[in-house]
Design a protein around this ligand. Structure first.
Ligand code: SF4
Ligand code: SF4
Length: 166
């Protein structure tokens, strides 16, 4: 049974930094390709059981980067010129990178994305668990351990399956 309630998630996931640091160190001796394969299998299972449309917590917490191709696609889908989209929805960093200018995201309503088919690459890729390199990216993944049910449940099942003991 996976944890999906966000209050319960916060309760069980908080205060686990030391344990998760030890897990990261413990993983260094393991075969990265084997770890990735296991993470991908468990992620597929957990993602089927956790309904993102009942959660939306990442959309309330993440700083969303918008790539130039995202900008063109999403602004066109809203019948806006890219300049109008930037004016309304974008903050630009000193390096010229685009970010959505509100947290929670403008496009979240009732825990659902109102531009789902045209959401940004960062949104569709999150929580990045089916990419290669689980171990080297784990520190970043753990930033969302207390807020993303998929991340929490996958990491806990990976620990158990691999035999990690804290
Ligand atoms: S664009 Fe949609 S999926 Fe992306 S953060 Fe906003 S509401 Fe969430
Ligand atoms: S990716 Fe995680 S935080 Fe985002 S909606 Fe799905 S379960 Fe919730």
């Amino acid at each position: 049974m996976y944890i999906t309630d966000l209050t319960e998630l916060k309760r069980v996931a908080s205060g686990r930094d030391e344990e998760n640091d030890q897990f990261r160190s413990w993983l260094k001796d393991k075969d990265d390709a084997g770890t990735d394969a296991l993470v991908h299998t468990i992620t597929d299972k957990v993602s089927t059981a956790v309904n993102c449309t009942e959660c939306g917590n990442c959309c309330k917490n993440l700083i969303i980067e918008v790539s130039p191709s995202d900008l063109l696609k999403t602004s066109a889908s809203m019948a806006l010129a890219p300049e109008e989209f930037i004016e309304k929805y974008i903050e630009t960093s000193a390096k010229g990178t685009y970010f959505i200018n509100t947290i929670p995201c403008h496009f979240l309503a009732n825990k659902k994305c109102t531009i789902y088919e045209n959401r940004f690459t960062e949104c569709s890729d999150f929580p990045h668990l089916t990419k290669p390199g689980f171990r080297p990216r784990l520190l970043g993944t753990l930033l969302h351990f207390e807020t993303c049910p998929i991340i929490y449940n996958v990491i806990e099942e990976v620990k158990t399956t691999m035999g990690f003991v804290y």
